[in-house]
Write a protein that binds this ligand. Structure first.
Ligand code: AMP
Ligand code: ZN
Ligand code: FE
Ligand code: FE
Length: 268
């Protein structure tokens, strides 16, 4: 049914979400979601667990991933849908990106120590465990250690994009992410383009991106219209999701059907 509640951007504790895959499915079910995609940063580890659990509720899980790339200092997140979670090359790349995130977390902790804050990498690993370590885990650790009064203070004083303890992630071009995703059988989407200069969007379209995340909580109604216009103009695919951890429904099953059509064309 084309109107089924669908959320194509969700995170679990395998990246910077709070829920286990099981809990995420239960929350999504309680909201009436029928189709969802787990798009953890640099990890597909949640997918098999979630898929097994989702069957009990009649929920469909679209395998997904979110990969950070950059073009000339602008960070661009790329969503991959319908990737094969067992693809060996994908696993190899995601392992590498997670290792790089771990090294980056160590660099950020060093900078925080130089700034006089009491925090170790082990404090960060308490919340990050085996997941793809991100700044939210560092913010959580700073809060737990009483080094900041709020999660947001950690960002604006220390680890936000222009703050003193910020460190960049590994450099990866969007084109490389497209290749990793398509070699694993998936489709690439520009995630939440809300603040991205239009010229970059055009560049990514020229580079072969399959679609754009049109619906996202950070997009105004005008932006949704604008990105949908681009999708139609360039014959791209549309996606949408909550980028949240408990699940909201933000798009429809119709966009998933259209993605499938494109996948079939790619195989031909
Ligand atoms: P990372 O991938 O490690 O660079 O972490 C990025 C994540 O940190 C984003 O997806 C947000 O969840 C969070 N984040 C980034 N900037 C802020 C901010 N200023 N306030 C709160 N959370 C933020
Ligand atoms: Zn995230
Ligand atoms: Fe993102
Ligand atoms: Fe996300």
């Amino acid at each position: 049914m084309a109107t089924e509640k669908t959320d194509l951007h969700m995170h679990t504790f395998y990246s910077d979400g709070y829920n286990s895959p099981e809990r995420l499915i239960e929350k999504a079910n309680s909201q009436g979601i029928k189709i969802l995609s787990i798009t953890d940063h640099d990890s597909v580890n949640a997918i098999s667990e979630a898929t097994g659990h989702a069957k009990k509720f009649g929920i469909e899980v679209i395998p997904g991933v979110e990969i950070s790339t950059d073009i000339r200092d602008t960070e661009v997140h790329i969503l991959g849908y319908f990737v094969d979670p067992d693809n060996k090359d994908l696993e190899h790349y995601l392992n590498f990106f997670r290792e790089e995130r771990h090294k980056r977390a160590i660099r950020m902790v060093n900078k925080l120590n130089i700034l006089g804050l009491n925090i170790t990498i082990d404090d960060v690993l308490v919340s990050a465990k085996d997941s793809a370590i991100g700044r939210p885990h560092i913010a959580q650790a700073l809060l737990a250690k009483g080094q900041v009064k709020s999660f947001f203070e950690a960002f604006y004083k220390y680890i936000g994009n222009h703050a003193p303890a910020y460190e960049r992630k590994v450099h990866l071009s969007p084109q490389s992410a497209f290749k990793i995703i398509s070699d694993a059988g998936g489709l690439s989407f520009i995630a939440h383009p809300g603040n991205m200069p239009e010229i970059l969007i055009k560049e990514l379209i020229d580079a072969g991106v399959d679609g754009i995340e049109v619906i996202h909580p950070s997009h105004s109604p005008d932006q949704v219209k604008f990105y949908r216009g681009i999708v139609n103009e360039y014959f791209l695919l549309e996606s949408g999701g909550s980028d949240f951890h408990g699940g909201k429904y933000y798009t429809s099953a119709k966009v998933v059907d259209t993605m499938r059509t494109r996948l079939v064309r790619n195989i031909d």
